[in-house]
Design a protein around this ligand. Sequence first.
Ligand SMILES: *Cc1c(COP(=O)(O)O)cnc(C)c1O
Length: 366
Amino acid sequence: MMKTPYYLIDERRLLKNLKKIEIFKKISGAKVLLALKCFSAWCTFDILRKYLDGTTSSSLYEARLGREKFFKEVHAYCVAFSSSDIQEIKKYADKIIFNSFSQLNSFKRLLKGFDLGLRVNPGISYSRFDLADPARKFSRLGVSDYKTLIKSLPHIKGAMFHFNCENDDYDNLSSNIDKIAHKYKILLSRLNWVSLGGGIYLTKKGFPLVKIAKKIKDFSRRFRLQVYLEPGEAVITNAAELVTRVVDLVSNKKNIAIVDSSTEAHMLDLLVYKTPAKIPDSKNGRHEYFIAGRSCLAGDIFGLYKFKKPLKKGSIVRISDAAGYTMVKKNWFNGLQMPAIAVRKLNGKIKLVREFGYKDFMSSLS
Ligand SMILES: *Cc1c(COP(=O)(O)O)cnc(C)c1O
């Protein structure tokens, strides 16, 4: 039996998502890059590489990881590159996308001949959370002055519009693409490529994949552009779980099962976005428990669940949807045992690919 806690990535589930993306690519003609900020467990890159065209990044290190582990096209974006970032990133990137005019102006001479782009903030977005809304008030994400954008055309070949988050609403997507096509007509007709960013829920059950693919194909034909998408979540959705074990059971008006993991340290977004963890088959049972983490944080709670069987010390609790924005955010808070990384291969066998120990904890600070 494997030592808990561990993240378990399931290659068959990954493949299921990738097959959908393959259909989308075929119909739309778009290229699809993995957004490494969402998921960068490179033990899976052998499979991802077969279906995706490359990676996009939010920093120097992600761009480097894309170059050194994914071996395909590398888009390098960062909210603000430093001069030393730029010196190094030239080695890894196929395209560099700037977030502001001032970044473009600072580095364009140094990068003469390089394929450069600008992030554009279209002022529209789809996001349920203000925290993740690029079009929020006073947003620093992307440029919006159209005149300056047109003046920048001699220096750029492409643009990136990232304006969605978990968007599965075809009508909304379609009308926002139309709005962008209308508003940026002149710009788009003079570029070679455009990225429509991430956040389109391509792999969600029931998502109108073919319809959106056709929409994007039309957009790309109209402006004679290579379109890119940069999904994170959609690539890995539902493809991993966090496997934990009950260490203790306590009660305070309700039963509380404390597992050998922690929201804060191992599934941080549950706290950031105030959402309960997903635990399959735990809705209609008779045995109610809070599942809680073992950090000292009072609110370190995964959620309240109704299991079919009572939990005991040593019971396994599997928390699903643990790939996106989860493994990339794990940390050493409280010095808790960091979950190992395991992969369920296509042949069904589970392979342990990485364990973390005291030395990793110690060496993360000095
Ligand atoms: C976060 C982000 C993505 C990926 O978003 P998902 O919602 O995970 O698909 C893509 N591009 C940019 C610029 C991003 O900031």
